[in-house]
Design a protein around this ligand. Structure first.
Ligand SMILES: Cc1cc2nc3c(=O)[nH]c(=O)nc-3n(C[C@H](O)[C@H](O)[C@H](O)COP(=O)(O)OP(=O)(O)OC[C@H]3O[C@@H](n4cnc5c(N)ncnc54)[C@H](O)[C@@H]3O)c2cc1C
Length: 367
């Protein structure tokens, strides 16, 4: 008979990272395995997940990502009862604009061209050189805090455990199990380790003796501006097809604006730089004639990409006890429900949902 291991140190699966990626995958697998989620910060969701622009935009990220986004819509609109009694989306719509050509979206995405007169009614004060516009009516706001909290709640209800202030410092694998050492000096034993460490995904792999995949964080800046125009709260998201800005109504007289920046950085607690705030405002003033009254706040977060900009879900090629759940770029919230289901199926050896091929997202493609 084997000796029972001390409780609280021995798991089937340890998930590293308590953002939306770790929480959503945790909710899918808890109950089927003994799972612990460890989060370095004192609060889950402190990094990218807590800093998003909170929209669901089907066209975002290209055709493969669009499949994950579309497959997440039913869950987000009408979640299973365990996740809550109401949906996480509220309708907004988006307008893609261009000065030189009709904007395009993947062919699976519902969208229609709008003429200048309609554009002016949708975005009053838009400058005359924005001549081409495409409306994507499906764009919605996501209640990110509620969604993240629901994943964590269901994870716990299904028997998952969460430990915050628990930063992995290193992990070694021998005889088919991991010994995971935390910065506080304690150790955990687990058969499987899931890398949901967001911007730290590659450096976490290295700490576990696993080869990096070239997954890199890029800083994105957000600015909340008060402007001399009212009635903005529910206006559609406005974005240009060259990818140089987007803005969304936040309150009656304020917007969230991004210069769509992707600034290379080491993983860190990201903060906005004045120059990027200035660039955002400059670009915004080239789009609409609304007077800028004040910068109410600004923040930044890290969006993390694999070299081909697709997320990475699956077992490491060389270390089968290491599972990647990383590289969710700018679409990690809107894809979370379907991505977590797909990743759980791969992890547990179950059949994936029809319509999404996990091979597209496997680490195998990265060599
Ligand atoms: C400005 C901005 C706007 C965005 N807008 C949208 C949007 O509108 N829609 C959308 O779908 N997506 C959006 N995104 C992208 C989305 O936020 C991310 O894809 C998503 O949050 C990534 O989730 P994650 O769990 O992988 O990362 P994170 O939320 O960063 O979580 C990773 C966690 O791992 C923890 N960790 C790291 N190393 C360790 C360790 N050694 N030990 C323990 N824990 C560790 C970190 O502390 C962190 O909490 C946006 C992102 C940004 C920055």
């Amino acid at each position: 008979m084997t000796e029972p291991r001390p409780s609280g140190t021995d798991y089937d699966v340890v998930i590293v990272g308590g953002g939306i990626a770790g929480a959503s995958l945790g909710a899918e697998i808890a109950g089927k395995a003994r799972v612990l989620l460890i989060e370095a910060e004192s609060q889950c969701g402190y990094h990218a997940t807590g800093r998003s622009a909170a929209f669901w935009l089907e066209s975002y990220g290209g055709a493969d990502v669009a499949r994950l986004t579309a497959a997440s819509r039913d869950f987000l609109t009408e979640p299973p009862p365990e996740f809550g009694s109401s949906g996480f989306l509220s309708s907004r719509g988006a307008i893609h604009v261009s000065k030189s050509k009709w904007p395009e979206v993947p062919s699976t995405v519902e969208a229609r061209r709008v003429d200048r007169a309609e554009l002016e009614s949708l975005v009053p004060g838009i400058r005359p050189d924005w001549r081409y516009a495409l409306k994507e009516p499906g764009c919605a706001n996501i209640d990110v805090a509620a969604l993240h909290a629901a994943f964590l709640r269901v994870f716990r209800q299904r028997g998952g455990e969460v430990r915050t202030d628990a930063r992995l410092s290193s992990a070694q694998r021998s005889t088919g199990r991991w010994t995971i050492d935390l910065e506080d000096g304690t150790s955990i034993d687990s058969a499987m380790l899931i890398n949901a460490a967001g911007a730290w995904a590659d450096s976490l792999a290295e700490r576990c003796g696993v080869q990096r995949l070239g997954i890199e964080p890029k800083r994105r800046t957000m600015v909340q501006l008060r402007v001399g125009r009212s009635g903005l709260r529910d206006m559609p998201q406005v974005l240009d097809d060259a990818g140089t800005f987007y803005f969304i109504g936040e309150t009656d007289r304020s917007i969230w604006l991004s210069p769509h920046d992707e600034i290379e950085t080491d993983p860190c607690d990201a903060a906005p730089e004045e120059i990027d705030v200035a660039i955002a405002i400059d670009r915004f003033q080239g789009v609409v004639d609304w007077p800028v009254e004040a910068v109410e706040r600004s923040w930044a977060g890290l969006r993390t990409f694999a070299p081909d900009r697709l997320p990475v879900y699956g077992f490491d090629v060389r270390e089968p006890g290491f599972f990647w759940c990383a590289g969710q770029g700018g679409f990690g919230i809107q894809t979370a429900p379907a991505a977590a289901k797909m990743a759980a199926a791969v992890l547990l050896g179950e059949a994936p949902e029809p319509g999404i091929d996990p091979a597209s997202f496997s680490p195998r493609r990265l060599g």
